[in-house]
Each structure stands twice: as structure tokens, then as C-alpha cells.
Design a protein around this ligand. Structure first.
Ligand code: IPD
Ligand code: CA
Ligand code: CA
Length: 278
């Protein structure tokens, strides 16, 4: 398995090299309200898919893009239950704007469980890698989730879109923004936000509207680092059935074990603070 992870690491770096010089110089192809896509998202995915297909011809591939621009790529495994999950650029709006928070994400699910993953922070040249039974690293140095309880200095990562299925901000999300205990941070790349938990930088990361490619790679790194990946009610996200997967949302909380209870308490309506103006 380490060999597969090493291959994915080299591949994420080479995809990063393809997109790096284009940050801030590439147009978004999609309209406001649609998913952000550039030609470089497609170039990156094409590069990754070609390499994975050549090296692992029996594995399936799920990618956010496709060359025709008509949706996602999903090829089933020819044998076994391994599916590579690719986000060729996570943080495309940052990439277009020239803000250097974006990542190449390559994860591997086996029977719906993340066994290895790579999140490559292209502009900082930081490669987060890991998996179950593999531990977790950043540029080869071991990393681990925090084991200390949250303090007044603890970081909590949030994603930029907190709207629920009704298009409204949940009350717990408003409450989190209306307090000063958790130090709220938003990077604009769900995967980079999540691996901050694996790196022991943040106690938690909450993504409401993530898709499977936003989480698969980061989840493997977090689990390898001793962190937890659960849904917003506290149940494990994985194993996750990929049958018929077509881009459905996979909301999740990535948490240091020592902060999990406190974070789940924040997601309950009873955690509301009085400073929210109704
Ligand atoms: C998006 C980013 C963003 C998150 C969105 C994702 P993309 O991914 O991770 O931070 O808020 O939910 O869709 O479109 O840049 O790959
Ligand atoms: Ca993404
Ligand atoms: Ca993307």
C-alpha cells in the first residue's frame, strides 16, 4: 500500500506542476452559481486519470470533471472494489483569483473506505499524505491530530458555503460566527481546511456542502493522523456506498479526538448564543 501512496504523491506533485504557473491567469468557464471549472481543472484531471489508468487498470476512477464538460467521471472497477477519487483542483475560485489556497486531491477508497490519500497544497509545496495503517505525513515529516483539549486559542476551520438544503444558514453556523471562543478560519479549499486537523493545526473542520472528491483524500490523511471523520450528527461517514454516486453532498466534521464532543455540541441547536440578532 505504501507503494500506491508513493505513486499518488508523485502524481499529485506532477499535476500541481501543470496548474501552478496558471494561478491567477485562467478564466472560469462556468457561470455564477454553477461549480467553478477552468481548463486547468480538466488538464489536471486528464493527467491524473491517464497515469492511474495505466498503473492500476483494474481500479475504478471517480473524478469531479470530464473532458466534455458535461459532469463527472465515474468508471467502475474492472475487478476488486478500489476506486480512486480525484479533485483535480480543490479551491478553483481561489485558483482563478490568484489566491494560493488550492490543492490537488487524490484519494483511494476500498469498498467505500478511504485507505490512502494525498492533498497537495500547490503554492506552498506542502504535500499531506497518509492512510489507514500508513500514518500521516507532510512533506515526509510525521503529523498527527491534536490530543489536547480545545483552548481559547483553538482553530476551527469552516467552509465558505454553509447553506442547508433549504438554502438557509443553519442556526448553529450563525452561532459559530457570533462567538469568539473558537478561532474560525476559512481557506476556500475544503481539503486544505480538513488536513489542518491531520496536521495538528486545527481542532476541527466542518464542511456542509462537500462532495465525495472534497473529502476522500483528506479523510485518509486525517484517519492516518489519528483524527476522526464523522457526519454532522456524529456518525462515521465511512464506509460510504458509491453505488450510483453522482455528486451528492457528503457533509462532514473532521475532528481531533479530544475536541469531537465539544464540536458536536456546537452543532446542536441548544448551543445557540444570545448574540445572534434574529
Ligand atoms: C469547493 C471548495 C470550497 C467549498 C466547496 C467546494 P472546488 O471545491 O472546496 O472551499 O466550500 O463546497 O465545492 O469546486 O473548488 O473543487
Ligand atoms: Ca473541491
Ligand atoms: Ca475541484
Amino acid at each position: 500500500m505504501q507503494h500506491d501512496l508513493d505513486f499518488a504523491c508523485a502524481l499529485a506533485r506532477s499535476a500541481g506542476a501543470i496548474v501552478r504557473e496558471h494561478q491567477g491567469r485562467t478564466e472560469r468557464l462556468t457561470k455564477q452559481g454553477d461549480e467553478a471549472v477552468t481548463a486547468l481543472d480538466r488538464d489536471s484531471q486528464r493527467h491524473i486519470v491517464a497515469a492511474l489508468t495505466a498503473r492500476f487498470p483494474n481500479d475504478g476512477i471517480l473524478g469531479e470533471e470530464n473532458d466534455a464538460g458535461t459532469g463527472i467521471t465515474f468508471t467502475q472497477p474492472r475487478s476488486g472494489k478500489r476506486v480512486w477519487v480525484i479533485d483535480p483542483i480543490d479551491g478553483t475560485n481561489n485558483f482563478v483569483a490568484g489566491l494560493g489556497n488550492f490543492a490537488v486531491c487524490i484519494g483511494l477508497l476500498d469498498d467505500g473506505y478511504p485507505i490512502l490519500g494525498v492533498v497537495y497544497d500547490v503554492m506552498r509545496d506542502q504535500l499531506f499524505a497518509g492512510g489507514t495503517d500508513l500514518g500521516a505525513t507532510c512533506n515526509g515529516q510525521s503529523i498527527s491530530a491534536l490530543t489536547t483539549p480545545p483552548t481559547a486559542a483553538s482553530l476551527l476551520m469552516l467552509t465558505s458555503n454553509m447553506l442547508n438544503a433549504q438554502g438557509r444558514m443553519p442556526t448553529w453556523a450563525a452561532a459559530l460566527h457570533a462567538q469568539t471562543t473558537w478561532k474560525i478560519r476559512v481557506l476556500g479549499s475544503a481539503a486544505l481546511e480538513a488536513v489542518m486537523v491531520a496536521a495538528g493545526i486545527a481542532q476541527g473542520s466542518i464542511t456542509v456542502n462537500g462532495k465525495l472528491w472534497d473529502i476522500a483524500a483528506a479523510a485518509a490523511v486525517i484517519l492516518g493522523a489519528g483524527g476522526e471523520v464523522i457526519d454532522l450528527s456524529g456518525k462515521p461517514v465511512f464506509p460510504l456506498s458509491l453505488a450510483g454516486y453522482n455528486g451528492g453532498k457528503v457533509p462532514y466534521l473532521a475532528a481531533a479526538p479530544s475536541a469531537k464532543a465539544a464540536l458536536l455540541a456546537c452543532l446542536k441547536p441548544s448551543s445557540l448564543v444570545s448574540s445572534v440578532d434574529p
